[in-house]
Design a protein around this ligand. Sequence first.
Ligand SMILES: [Zn+2]
Length: 247
Amino acid sequence: MIYVFLFGLIMGSFYNVVGIRMPKRQSIVSPGSSCPKCGHRLKAVELIPVFSYIFLKGRCRECGERVSPLYPVMELITGGLFLMSYVQFGWSAELLVSLLFVSLLVIITVSDLTSFLILNKVLVFFFVPLLFLRLTFAAPEPWWLTVAGMLTGFGLLFLVAVVSKGGMGGGDVKLYAVIGTVLGFPLVVMSIFIASLIGALVGVTGMLFFGKKRKSPIPFGPSIAVGTLITYFYGAQIWQWYSGLFM
Ligand SMILES: [Zn+2]
């Protein structure tokens, strides 16, 4: 089990690189990671996820420049989510779906936070295997709930994008086609609902504490990722609890 977590930490550190570099059209394999201020090339020990951050107290060893806490935080989150996937699904086709889905959402979160972008390349890369799994080894019963989920996710977000006149990016719309594919119908609707709640909370908090203007862009990707993962892991329980309120 510890190996699943460590695997998640390592993949998380790779997803940081993908999420930060791909929007800038930089290669994700070379050059190796370096300090953005002094250019100090990181050595193997300094690349160990989370631990290197703790040992170096979040600073570059050469120039003392602060390292963004986004790195260790996303590594820990990825490790935690990989572990959660394994605990919930064991060795099954659904575990593969879960690891792919978590990976997609982590990369989206990093790229949306650092450059306000959700890349088509990333979406397509994960969409193909996820759609395949959802129509074959990890299909819902009946299988067309996958297609219904995909169309619902894309359709509803497309409507929001039209009504809000560009308040929502095209990347979010396409992302929801992928999310709908994985969650299926009707869970995709719950995910949109929870993501909107989180997005609204983040927006209000931002205005209250940081004086952000209402129109200043807030990346919606992270809210979508959190709302979607809550729905993916706990959607059935939430629905039971919610419908129980009215019985
Ligand atoms: Zn440095």
